[in-house]
Write a protein that binds this ligand. Structure first.
Ligand SMILES: NC(=O)CC[C@H](N)C(=O)O
Length: 358
C-alpha cells in the first residue's frame, strides 16, 4: 500500500507501507542511523523511544530478527523507514523477518523511501518532526511530544542480577541489556533501580559503585532528579553512559544542548586524551554537554568527537567519576571501548580496598 512520509519542513516522500498503520498515521522525531548492521539492537534500544528511524544502509532486514540480539524486551521506535527490505531473514539464527517482528508490535515499516534525500533534509535543516500517513495531504502537524519518555521505558521495581563480588547499582533511565551484560561478564552483582529511587534507598543497598544508564529524551526533563544524582555520584565510584553522562554534567551545574542532527551509528571516531588514541565508537544521542559550561565545573574533558569536536566524555580530577557520551557496551557497533568497564571496576575495587584498609 502507498504511504507518505511528511517532514515538518513541508517535504514529502512517497513509499510503500509493509505493515498496518495504527490509527491511520504515526508521528515522531525523524532521526537517522548510519550503521550497516545492528538494526535489531537499534529497534530495541529504549533511548529511541518516540523516534522514527531512517536507516541509511539501503538494505535492512536481510539477516532477520533472532532471539539473542535484543537490547530490551520490546522495540521502542515509533516507525522504521528504509529503502529496501527482505521478507525473509537470511541467517541461521533468524526467527522472524523484520516485517513480521514490527507488525507483531504494531510498528509501521515504510520502504522504498529515498533515504539519502531524507537524510539530506535533516542534515541541512536539522532534526525535525515527521509523520507517516496514507494520504499525500500533510494535514495538521502534531507538535513535538512533551511527555517524559523515561517513565515509559524504565523499570518501576528493583531487579537483581548476578552474585559477583562487586555490587553495582545500575540506575535505570531505560538501560540497554548489553550494559547489564558488560557488568555481569565482569563478575558483578547488579541491582537495577528505578531512575527516581531515593538516595537513602541506594545507601541501604550498600553499593560499591553506581552506573547511570542511557535513556530517551532531553536530559533536562530530569531536573527534579539532579540533587539525588549529585549525592549518588559524590558518594560512590560512578560510570555514566550517554544520558547518564549528560546528567552528571547537569548535576554539577554544566549545560546540555541539542545537536543539529545527532550522532547515531557505529563508526563515530572519538579521541581519548588519556590513551592518546582515536577509537571507533557506537553512538545514539541527540543531545550533548556544552563544552564551555564545563569550564565552571571541576570536570576534565577526556573524550572528544573527531568529526565535530563535541564532548564525548569526562572525568572528575579528585573523585572517581567517569562519564562517556558514546556506548562502550557496543551492540550495535564496535567493541573497541569495552575497556571503560574494566577501568570502572578497577576504580570500584581500589576505592573499596581503601575503605577496608583505611
Ligand atoms: N542513548 C542515550 O542515552 C541518549 C541520551 C539522550 N536521550 C540523547 O538523545 O542525547
Amino acid at each position: 500500500m502507498k504511504a507518505y512520509l511528511h517532514l515538518a519542513n513541508g517535504k514529502m516522500f512517497e513509499g510503500k507501507l509493509e505493515t498496518e498503520l495504527p490509527n491511520g498515521e504515526v508521528s515522531g522525531e525523524v532521526v537517522f542511523f548510519t550503521g550497516m548492521t545492528g538494526y535489531q539492537e537499534v529497534l530495541t534500544d529504549p533511548s529511541y523511544k518516540n523516534q522514527m528511524i531512517v536507516f541509511t544502509y539501503p538494505l535492512i532486514g536481510n539477516y532477520g530478527i533472532n532471539a539473542t540480539d535484543f537490547e530490551s524486551k520490546k522495540p521502542h521506535v515509533q516507525a522504521v523507514i528504509v529503502y529496501e527490505t527482505r521478507d525473509k531473514g537470511y541467517h541461521y539464527q533468524s526467527q522472524y523477518s523484520l516485517r513480521e517482528y514490527l507488525q507483531a508490535w504494531n510498528i509501521p515499516l515504510l520502504t522504498h523511501i529515498d533515504t539519502r534525500a531524507v537524510v539530506k533534509q535533516i542534515r541541512t535543516e536539522g532534526v525535525m518532526q515527521g509523520k507517516i500517513s496514507l494520504t499525500s495531504e500533510c494535514g495538521k502537524f502534531v507538535k513535538e511530544q512533551q511527555e517524559q519518555p523515561i517513565q515509559k521505558v524504565a523499570i518501576s521495581q528493583i531487579e537483581t542480577y548476578g552474585d559477583g563480588s562487586e555490587h553495582i547499582v545500575l540506575v535505570d533511565f531505560g538501560y540497554k541489556k548489553s550494559i547489564l551484560q558488560s557488568l555481569l561478564e565482569r563478575e558483578c552483582k547488579v541491582t537495577v533501580v528505578p531512575y527516581n529511587t531515593s538516595f537513602e534507598t541506594i545507601q541501604a543497598l550498600e553499593p560499591d559503585g553506581i552506573l547511570l544508564s542511557n535513556g530517551p529524551g532531553d536530559p533536562k526533563q530530569l531536573m527534579p532528579q539532579l540533587s539525588t544524582i549529585r549525592k549518588m555520584i559524590d558518594h560512590y565510584p560512578t560510570l555514566a553512559i550517554c544520558l547518564g553522562h549528560q546528567l552528571v554534567a547537569l548535576a554539577y551545574g554544566a549545560d546540555t544542548e541539542k545537536l543539529r542532527f545527532g550522532h547515531r551509528g557505529a563508526n563515530q571516531p572519538v579521541y581519548d586524551s588519556v590513551k592518546k588514541k582515536v577509537f571507533m565508537t557506537s553512538q545514539n544521542h541527540g543531545y550533548v554537554v556544552n563544552k564551555e559550561s564545563l569550564a565552571h565545573t571541576p570536570f576534565v574533558i577526556r573524550f572528544t568527537n573527531v568529526n565535530d569536536q563535541s564532548v564525548e566524555g569526562m572525568f572528575h580530577p579528585t573523585k572517581p567519576i567517569l562519564s562517556v557520551q558514546y556506548h562502550p557496551e557496543a551492540h550495535p557497533g564496535p567493541s573497541d571501548t569495552t575497556s571503560i568497564f574494566d577501568e570502572f571496576l578497577q576504580t570500584v575495587k581500589n576505592v573499596r580496598r581503601e575503605k577496608v584498609y583505611a
